[in-house]
Design a protein around this ligand. Structure first.
Ligand SMILES: Nc1nc2c(ncn2[C@@H]2O[C@H](COP(=O)(O)OP(=O)(O)O)[C@@H](O)[C@H]2O)c(=O)[nH]1
Ligand SMILES: [Mg+2]
Length: 234
């Protein structure tokens, strides 16, 4: 046991019956207290499998990424963890590397730890060109406008739960950027650690086609600019 901190994991999922068991298999058992899986009405056995794996299963009607995450956060208010880890359910992230994300929070009192794929090891083809470009553009703009250097806006990250609640998160497709931008505005202690990344299985559900790429790209840019004026004490 690393510490007595209570750690919850949030996984938004849509049709991930094949990969969800792998995500769980690699998860450090002694570290994690609760796994919350949020489904949007998968047509496969994802919800049943999540339950079999021992997850808390929630349902969100609005599709996307941030909305299911928000559902998970709202649920956790009744079951307050110290730290929340976000991870994708398609086995792109290495859940066995979770320790890298939570250790700086537990040992060094960081508030937000981002898993950086661009400084980690990425399987060939796993970070597609539009995704790399989007990351580059978003992190560059954040550097210019907010004065903080991130190297990635990836999904795998850990944050103190009380800090997360104070951020008043509300974005859907710009979710990861919203969190990173607000963290700077709120003067959180932020750290990036290298994480590995692989293709996972199946087609990307959000950025898998041209329409998705442009929509996410636009929402990411919108999140960069919108949160520039964020004030936590509104
Ligand atoms: N609940 C929910 N999860 C989703 C939805 N779309 C994608 N996901 C999940 O979000 C995570 C990231 O999806 P992925 O396909 O890798 O997105 P991309 O790589 O950004 O295009 C995976 O765990 C998906 O199952 C959705 O509409 N609802
Ligand atoms: Mg993906």
């Amino acid at each position: 046991m690393l510490s007595d901190k209570k750690i919850a994991v949030i996984i938004p999922v849509f049709n991930e019956e094949k990969t969800l068991p792998l995500v769980f298999k690699d998860m450090p058992e002694d570290l994690v207290d609760e796994v919350v899986v949020i489904d949007n009405g998968s047509s496969d056995r994802t919800p049943e499998i999540a339950k079999e794996l021992g997850a808390t299963l929630l349902f969100e009607s609005r599709k996307g990424y941030g909305y299911p995450c928000l559902k998970g956060i709202a649920y956790l208010k009744t079951n307050t963890p110290d730290i929340v880890v976000f991870v994708d359910g398609n086995h792109s992230d290495y859940t066995d590397e979770m320790i890298r994300l939570v250790t700086p929070i537990i040992k060094d009192d960081y508030d937000l730890v981002i898993g950086s794929r661009t400084t980690g090891s990425v399987e060939k083809g796993a970070l597609r060109v539009p995704v790399r470009f989007g990351n580059f553009l978003a992190t560059m703009l954040i550097m210019l406008l907010y004065g903080f250097k991130y190297t990635d806006i990836g999904p795998f990250r850990a944050i103190k739960f009380d800090k997360l609640l104070k951020m008043d998160m509300n974005d859907n497709l710009g979710w990861t950027v919203e969190m990173q931008a607000k963290a700077i505005k709120m003067k959180f202690r932020i750290l990036e650690v290298p994480v590995s990344y692989r293709t996972g299985t199946g087609k990307s559900k959000i950025t898998g086609n041209l329409k998705g790429i442009f929509l996410v790209g636009y929402r990411i840019l919108r999140a960069v600019f919108k949160n520039l004026f964020y004030s936590p004490n509104r």
